[in-house]
Design a protein around this ligand. Structure first.
Ligand code: F6P
Length: 319
């Protein structure tokens, strides 16, 4: 019988993590369970930073960005001895199950714990939308809205100077933020891991736009692919557009979660608590085609994220 459940957030924080935390705690309390939080992700788990919480703890956090129980990255959590220390801390507190909110790295950590006899459940929370076992992750839509707000503002100044703006967005190794932002903003081009730079094609398109006296050009670039300053220099030299670069950085992770992410958090976290209480084995929850689904965690960590088909075609077609 499950009596005590703990929750942690791990990896890059994402808007909506607090909303998910709130639902998980409330759903657990509603089912008569004792609820605990762990500060600073797996690091706090290894250090035993584990605290019982009540309903008051969750007041006024539904709309707060970041994660009130903080997050951390702990590369050492791959080591068996570190995982065992974490599992022992949970046993010392007589905690029967752990819910982790985060991305791929978090799932790997949870999976390692499950191999050490801990029942776990993963909830996908990352702005990157790169988790294989779900179509959408908590935080993605909010980050996308933030990017669009920034690009809207950049368009004003870009148009006033007839410039080409190169805007670098996050996503780690996944192009979803870049592609969705490019479509939502009517960008001239998108460069991401799924659609790498085609320099000649881009330059000739920009030259043509310049010849037509177009007011500005917007290019969305995923992080970790290329040096946008170098590309901006080349554009300035070869196309007639004066190019400028903007790296949106961690601005994309901040801010109040949008309604979509709050609702997603509620659906996923409630299901995570139900699975922990009612079903055998360690799982992850996710969304597939609008429905809440779950997978055994060892299966989930092997799954590859599927992109929505046809976005690139739309971006090109709507030029
Ligand atoms: O995973 C979320 C994310 O924001 C990625 O998009 C980015 O590559 C990474 O985290 C940055 O991590 P950090 O803030 O630890 O440097």
């Amino acid at each position: 019988m499950i009596r005590r459940i703990a929750i942690l957030t791990s990896g890059g924080d994402a808007p909506g993590m607090n909303a998910a935390l709130r639902v998980a705690i409330r759903a657990g309390l509603y089912a008569g369970k004792e609820m605990y939080v762990i500060y600073d992700g797996f690091r706090g788990l290894v250090e035993g930073d584990i605290h019982q919480v009540n309903k008051e703890f969750t007041q006024d956090i539904i709309n707060r960005g970041g994660t009130i129980i903080r997050s951390a990255r702990l590369p050492e959590f791959k080591e068996d001895e570190v995982v065992e220390r974490a599992a022992n801390n949970l046993r010392d507190f007589e905690i029967d199950a752990l819910i982790g909110i985060g991305g791929d790295g978090t799932y790997k950590g949870l999976c390692a714990l499950s191999k050490h006899g801990i029942k776990v459940c993963g909830i996908p929370g990352t702005i990157d939308n790169d988790v294989g076992s779900t179509d959408e992750t908590i935080g993605f839509q909010t980050a996308l809205n933030t990017i669009c707000e920034c690009v809207d503002k950049l368009k004003d100044t870009s148009g006033s100077h007839q410039r080409c703006s190169l805007i670098e967005v996050m996503g780690r190794h996944c192009g979803d933020l870049a592609m969705h932002a490019a479509l939502a903003e009517g960008a001239e081009d998108v460069i991401c891991v799924e659609h790498p730079l085609k320099e000649n094609k881009l330059f000739s398109k920009l030259r043509k736009m310049k010849a037509q006296n177009k007011s500005h050009a917007i290019i969305i670039v995923s992080e970790n692919l290329l040096d946008i300053k170098d590309l901006a220099d080349k554009i300035s030299k070869q196309t007639g557009f004066e190019a400028r670069t903007e790296v949106l950085g961690r601005l994309q992770r901040g801010g109040e979660p949008c309604a979509h992410d709050r609702i997603l958090s509620a659906r996923l976290a409630a299901e995570a608590v139900r699975l922990i209480i009612e079903e055998e084995g360690s799982k992850v929850v996710g969304m597939k085609k609008g429905d809440v689904v779950s997978y055994p965690i060892e299966e989930a960590v092997e799954m590859k994220h599927e992109h929505i088909h046809g976005l690139r075609h739309l971006i090109d077609m709507l030029q």
